[in-house]
Design a protein around this ligand. Sequence first.
Ligand code: CTP
Ligand code: CA
Length: 229
Amino acid sequence: AADCFESRLLDGLHLLITAGPTREAIDPVRYISNHSSGKMGFALAEAAAEAGARVTLVSGPVNLRTPDRVQRVDVVSALDMLTACEAALPADILIASAAVADYRPAHVSDSKLKKTDDNQQGMRLELVRNPDILATLAMHPNRRPGLCVGFAAETHDLLRYASDKLQRKNLDLIIANDVSQRDIGFNSDDNRVTLLSRQQAPQHLELASKASLARHIIRIIGEHIGRTA
Ligand code: CTP
Ligand code: CA
């Protein structure tokens, strides 16, 4: 889809993109996280910058190089990510591709947890819910980005759950990602997604490299804000 890419499509706009996993500390040496590589978010940041946008990329811990002309803000936890996103507002467009941990340990120990006689058999870790970064920004009373785009990573009932999230989080677009297949999604270089919006029928995009998909998604975002190439 590289040939349908319009290089000045997002001129003058500020894009806020979240990417990568978050890490939720248990103690100074341990954390809860997930397998997100950040590749899709970084590809989107690169495509948006190529399309002329000013891009703020708020990223959890990943092993990727920062795309040219992208302002990267590194964060660790979901709470950090929310703070960094709020500090980056106002934004014209938000794309939330981060795999934010839904829960964090209720208590973070100041010192390394030790095995003791009390927990010979096992132990329980108490978790509390993290804020939903995307929903918080998409329902912001006065600084909601004009176009809010989310991802839905699902292993089953993909379109039903994705369309639930589109409504529930007050989004304009959601990119539904089937993570049940091993060849695509999370850590892979390729992906196959379906775009759901409020008005139109679901738009299935072919299996492609994340770089090529990112350009395709940026072009569709351009259409949604009336910047048809
Ligand atoms: N998201 C977020 N903050 C969270 C959780 C999710 O910003 N605390 C965003 C993700 O970046 C993604 C979208 O919300 O764009 C959907 O994430 P997903 O994990 O698929 O959905 P959840 O609402 O967390 O629901 P569940 O994990 O139960 O399916
Ligand atoms: Ca989740």
